[in-house]
Write a protein that binds this ligand. Structure first.
Ligand code: 1WB
Ligand code: MN
Length: 349
């Protein structure tokens, strides 16, 4: 075949995997939280996005969070984003009382299923649940996968300052494992015990505190032994692994020592659980050096592309992955194949 007759190389399908949305009912409920007395570390952000404390760039996020089919689809088309995997934005339903949270989680999941039914090639979605009531959470998780066909789960890290290693949440982990749907642990403001020094200098959200919060959550899951109890549980974390990949060697070394002091005995080394049970996404962490390190450490099957729309701009996230020094096969994994496998999305080819 002559060179001129060769088909133009097709670009990779682009599936973005940590893409935020909201709905008016949840935004309204967060507006009420914003007007209330909560001392949660999420309050500065909730007041700015949903409350009256407008005037920073945060107040601009509400409109794109609520919009699915106008500016969002235009932005996707402009940048060749084939699909967004949508999730209810942080803090999700986790600041509400158990009844409100359970009700709004169901509503959000119904809404998500409707969006996907209308645009099945453009959107997939992660189901929300309310850990405040683990029993009802499990029922909603089952409904979300069996009836609504949603693609996995999202949880915004701690709930009332508690983490998923707490035995009260094990039914949630057991359910996710049985359904073979991953739980994406997305950041929210840090738990009360962590928050103090993270609240100054604008560190309270994505600049630093979110990573401290989710990395702590991930490491707690590993060293508590929940992956010996639920060996097929799949966890996904964003932001190039929230710093955990960089720490694995030291966690292994120090956990071996800690195991002589009465902490849970693990069947595997911590890094082995991270490699076996975790996937990471590139959301909002557009460094080729960090990407290269994570791919070499974890393998290209464990890293998924994400934008973090609307908190991060789409163009640079696409340019970052287009220009990443990866083989075409590895780039296909990161851009779409891993997402298709992990989130049960039908392959396009
Ligand atoms: C920011 C990022 C704010 C995320 C958020 O509010 C969320 C931020 C809920 O850039 O400050 C996010 O999802 O990464
Ligand atoms: Mn995000």
């Amino acid at each position: 075949m002559s060179a001129s007759a060769a088909p133009a190389p097709r670009r990779h399908r682009r599936i973005a995997t940590e893409e935020a949305f909201s709905l008016p009912e949840v935004a309204r409920a967060l507006g009420q939280v914003a007007a209330g007395p909560s001392r949660s570390s999420d309050m500065p952000l909730v007041r700015r996005i949903y409350g009256q404390a407008a005037g920073t760039y945060y107040s601009g996020f509400l409109a794109p969070l609520l919009d699915i089919t106008e500016a969002r689809l235009r932005d996707m088309d402009e940048h060749g984003v084939d699909m967004q995997v949508l999730s209810l934005t942080a803090p999700g339903v986790q600041m509400f009382d158990a009844d409100t949270a359970t009700e709004l989680a169901s509503l959000a999941n119904d809404r998500l299923a409707e969006i996907i039914a209308r645009h099945p090639t453009r959107f997939a979605g992660l189901a929300t649940f309310a850990p405040q009531s683990p029993k009802r959470a499990v029922r909603e998780m089952e409904r979300a996968v069996r009836d609504l066909k949603l693609n996995g789960f999202i949880v915004n890290s701690h709930t009332n300052d508690e983490y998923l290693d707490d035995p009260k949440y094990w039914p949630i982990l057991e359910c996710a494992e049985a359904l073979d749907r991953c739980i994406y642990i997305h950041p929210r403001g840090p738990s009360a015990g962590l928050a103090g020094p993270l609240m100054d200098y604008g560190l309270f959200a994505a600049q630093w505190a979110y990573g401290v919060e989710v990395s702590t959550h991930a490491v707690r899951l590993i060293v508590s032994g929940v992956f010996d109890r639920f060996p097929n549980l799949k966890i996904c974390i964003g932001h190039m692994g929230e710093g955990v990949p960089f720490w694995l060697w030291r966690i292994d070394f120090m956990n071996a020592r800690a195991q002589t002091t009465g902490v849970p005995r693990l069947k595997l080394r911590p890094s082995e659980y991270f490699r076996r049970n975790f996937h990471i996404t590139t959301s909002g962490q557009e460094s080729h050096l960090a990407l290269d390190y994570c791919i070499r450490l974890l393998g290209p099957e464990r890293v998924l592309w994400a934008i973090d729309y609307p908190y991060q701009p789409t163009g640079p996230a696409v340019a970052f992955m287009d220009s990443a020094p990866l083989s075409p096969a590895d780039k296909a994994l990161v851009y779409h194949r891993n997402a298709e496998r992990l989130f049960h999305i039908a392959p396009a080819d």
